[in-house]
Design a protein around this ligand. Structure first.
Ligand code: F0G
Length: 460
């Protein structure tokens, strides 16, 4: 019996199912054209397997649904707020909580409070909404992630790490007084869901403490980062995900959270902070932009589902299966020789469109084109994370990011291993006919976060 493999399976079973719509190639061709060749503009009814994002797309547990029924929809002082507050303190370790409707609501408030015109915000790679709020508040984002993060083939296990020399240079150049905080994401989204190491965080804490600079943590996918630390960093093999999450947070001063990811809810977020003065100001401001400080734009039931989801998100079985499913898909793609970002990250597979379609120049949107082709093949919806997402600088010039990626983002607890097979096989079929694929031109460009609504036309 020794040679029989032991498989693992999802640590849940199905109690209700959502039927999927199968589509024909003709239907998809028409739908894609109507959507301006932008997968964000497709109707979800026209999609078979939806890998656009892992944001707000999780399947909630029966306990979370039961929690929804326990919603206290009082305008002020909802019981669910106090439950959420308790869980955030207990699981994440931050002192004060301000709920918001989602992550960017927290980013808006925090940026307005901490950033003055002309400030510099160093960070381990940008995220679209985070950087935009920093810029709208008058700041300038500076990338201080290690160079390895910009190289899709570099297999360094902690490509989310900060290059401390880059940060030191910025401090020297601008002075610590111009840097209100360092913006640190765990599981760096735009780098491919790459984790930051505990060692790096500790060193960053030492450097920032010396210079009296805060660290603000984008903790959207902190549990997934904790899993990689447990699996790959010396000294953490025996620690629980919960312990690791709390230690990560202990090196930071506050956090913005999009609970739509790690925390397994369809809507919600918060700002958490250890300084009373910032909390007070945020509590004032949330009333203007989101809602009263005990609901922040959420229903009581949403806060209850979030509180329960946070606790589930740090369970060992959950996180192993969640990241395990992503790794399963990644390995299948590697078997088909599809160029993907390595190591495989926590929330999705990022295909290197520059390598997949080397004949298409970046101005002709290789990743956007590839996402369109993938949809045509089998109805799998993915997302561009390249030049379209990167947008334009304040002076109007395009950013030309080194990474030109298509993200296959895996919703949590939603699809099965068989779906993963279908996805990998479809990508392999598109890879097979890659040489025949032509680029696109942009025919409509919105001013902010253009990737959401831009429209394209295929080049002849
Ligand atoms: N920070 C990170 C790292 C994110 O991935 C997101 C959202 C946000 C902040 C903003 O949070 O959407 O709740 O306002 N990312 C989604 C995605 C949209 O598809 O990656 P939000």
């Amino acid at each position: 019996m020794k040679n029989i493999k032991r498989s693992w399976a999802e640590p849940y079973k199905m109690k209700m199912v959502e039927l999927l719509k199968m589509t024909t190639p003709e239907h998809r061709k028409k739908a894609l054209k109507e959507a301006g060749y932008n997968t964000f503009l497709l109707k979800s009814d026209d999609v078979y397997i939806d890998l656009l994002t892992d944001s707000g797309t999780s399947a909630m547990s029966d306990r979370q649904w039961a929690g929804m029924m326990m919603g206290d929809e009082a305008y002020a002082g909802s019981r669910n707020f106090y439950h959420l507050e308790e869980v955030v303190k207990e699981v994440y370790g931050y002192k004060y909580l301000v709920p918001t409707h989602q992550g960017r609501g927290a980013e808006n408030i925090l940026s307005k409070i901490l950033i003055k015109k002309g400030d510099i915000i160093p960070g381990n790679m940008y995220f679209t909404t985070t950087r935009l709020h920093q810029e709208l508040a008058g700041g300038k984002f500076e990338d201080i992630i290690i160079d390895e993060a910009h190289d899709p083939e570099n297999e360094f296990p902690f490509k989310g790490n900060v290059d401390l020399h880059k940060l030191e240079k910025l401090i020297k150049k601008y002075g610590a007084g111009k840097i209100p905080y360092v913006s640190i994401a765990t599981s760096v989204n735009m780098a491919g869901g790459q984790p930051i190491s505990m060692q790096n965080l500790k060193e960053l804490r030492t450097l920032t403490k010396k210079n009296k600079i805060r660290i603000i943590h984008d903790m959207t996918r902190v549990a997934e980062n904790a899993y990689f630390i447990q699996q790959k960093e010396k000294g953490y093999e025996k620690k629980t995900i919960k312990e690791i999450v709390k230690e990560i947070n202990s090196y930071t001063d506050g956090a913005t959270m999009s609970a739509k990811k790690d925390a397994l809810v369809n809507i919600g977020g918060f700002l958490a902070i250890n300084e009373w003065e910032i909390f007070e100001e945020a509590r004032n401001m949330v009333v203007v932009y989101e809602g009263l400080h005990t609901y922040g734009g959420l229903a009581g039931r949403d806060m209850e589902a979030m509180a329960i989801g946070i606790a589930e998100s740090v369970s060992a079985d959950h996180i192993k299966a969640r990241v395990g499913q992503v790794i399963y898909l990644g390995n299948k793609m590697i078997d088909y020789n599809i160029p993907i970002v390595k190591p495989i990250g926590g929330h999705g597979i990022f295909v290197d469109a520059k390598k997949f379609l080397p004949h298409i120049p970046q101005e002709q949107f290789p990743a956007q084109t590839l996402a369109a082709e993938l949809y045509l093949d089998a109805g799998v919806r993915t997302m561009e994370r390249g030049i379209v997402s990167a947008g334009r600088k304040a002076n109007g010039e395009n950013y030309f990011p080194k990474l030109e990626l298509v993200r296959f983002t895996i919703p949590r607890r939603v699809y099965t291993q068989a779906h993963m097979d279908v996805i990998a096989e479809s990508a392999a079929y598109v890879y097979d006919r890659r040489k025949k694929i032509k680029g696109m031109k942009m025919v409509y460009e919105p001013k902010y976060l253009r990737f959401f609504q831009a429209r394209f036309q295929p080049l002849k």
